[in-house]
Ligand binder design. Structure first.
Ligand SMILES: CC(C)(COP(=O)(O)OP(=O)(O)OC[C@H]1O[C@@H](n2cnc3c(N)ncnc32)[C@H](O)[C@@H]1OP(=O)(O)O)[C@@H](O)C(=O)NCCC(=O)NCCS
Length: 180
């Protein structure tokens, strides 16, 4: 079994590696769909730029709810990343928004995506210092791979009117903050 580690992203080496994906996976349909999904949403021109901006917003304290993690396998390879927003504890209804969970094309279908979801759902406090009551993500209605991954991890899919997106939602177990 390939074990993963979810660690704060190294904004030098990890980001440099993600920048290299454009060349490495050029023409790869799985990569095209990642790019389509993220860049269309954000209107940026590269994955690395989306991650960099997300991290700067967090670093300057503009939005401390934004988190950027790398996913490493047991050979310490960067196999993916997560951008997540977790509301602070003062809000009435704390939530975890999994904005982007991305596993690199060559590492997909090895169980990493489910492991990341499983870990963040089971154990959010060390990652976010918060105990969200609900987790959610948005999934394009033609993204069957993602739907299967989230459904298998206990999310429900809800339609969003005429939108081409589903909202994947899961209630989180009741966690004790002092179990850190
Ligand atoms: C969605 C994503 C994170 C899944 O990561 P992953 O590491 O491949 O996921 P896993 O290997 O843990 O599980 C994938 C499951 O989907 C299944 N699957 C793969 N392609 C599929 C398809 N076209 N249709 C249905 N199921 C599919 C796999 O067989 C596996 O199920 P299994 O364990 O029963 O065999 C990854 O595909 C990805 O980065 N996609 C692009 C970005 C994205 O859409 N992110 C999600 C929204 S934030």
């Amino acid at each position: 079994m390939n074990e993963i580690r979810i660690v704060p992203m190294d904004m030098d080496s990890d980001l440099k590696e993600i920048s290299s994906w454009d060349k490495k996976y050029k023409g790869n349909p799985a990569y095209e769909s990642i790019i389509h999904f993220i860049l269309e949403d954000n209107q940026y021109y590269s994955l690395a730029e989306v991650i960099h901006v997300n991290n700067v917003i967090y670093q300057i304290g503009e939005d401390e709810t934004k988190h950027t993690f790398s996913v490493k396998n047991n050979e310490d390879e960067l196999v993916g990343f997560v951008l997540a927003t977790v509301a602070d504890l003062n809000t009435c209804d704390p939530f975890m928004f999994l904005q982007y969970l991305v596993i690199a094309p060559e590492h997909q279908n090895k169980g990493y995506g489910k492991q990341v979801l499983g870990e963040l759902l089971k154990n959010p406090i060390p990652y976010f210092n918060a105990k969200p009551t609900e987790a959610f993500a948005y999934i394009h209605n033609d993204n069957f791979h993602s739907m299967k991954t989230f459904l298998d991890m206990g999310f429900d899919l809800k339609g969003m009117g005429n939108s081409c997106m589903y909202r994947a939602i899961k209630q989180m177990p009741n966690l004790e903050l002092d179990k850190e």
